[in-house]
Design a protein around this ligand. Structure first.
Ligand SMILES: [Zn+2]
Length: 72
């Protein structure tokens, strides 16, 4: 029973602000997340890896996830 038809994925996540599981919107970002000063030539490919922007729909807290550390 999907009520919305959006591109964003909604997932249940533990929110530190709400201190409970809440619905989060997950959107993919492709821009570099690493600070330029920290990007060594060897790390550039990792810096370009997509990151996920996870937004709590309850309190609006945005969390950026780097390289898919919590993949399934
Ligand atoms: Zn929250």
């Amino acid at each position: 029973m999907t009520q919305r038809d959006r591109d964003t994925n909604e997932v249940l996540r533990e929110c530190e602000q709400c201190n409970k599981e809440t619905v989060h919107n997950v959107s993919l970002r492709l821009d570099s997340t690493a600070d330029e000063s920290e990007v060594l030539s060897e790390n550039t490919k990792y810096a370009k890896a997509p990151s996920r922007e996870v937004t709590c729909t309850v309190c609006g807290t945005v969390t950026h996830e780097g390289r898919f550390q919590h993949e399934e």
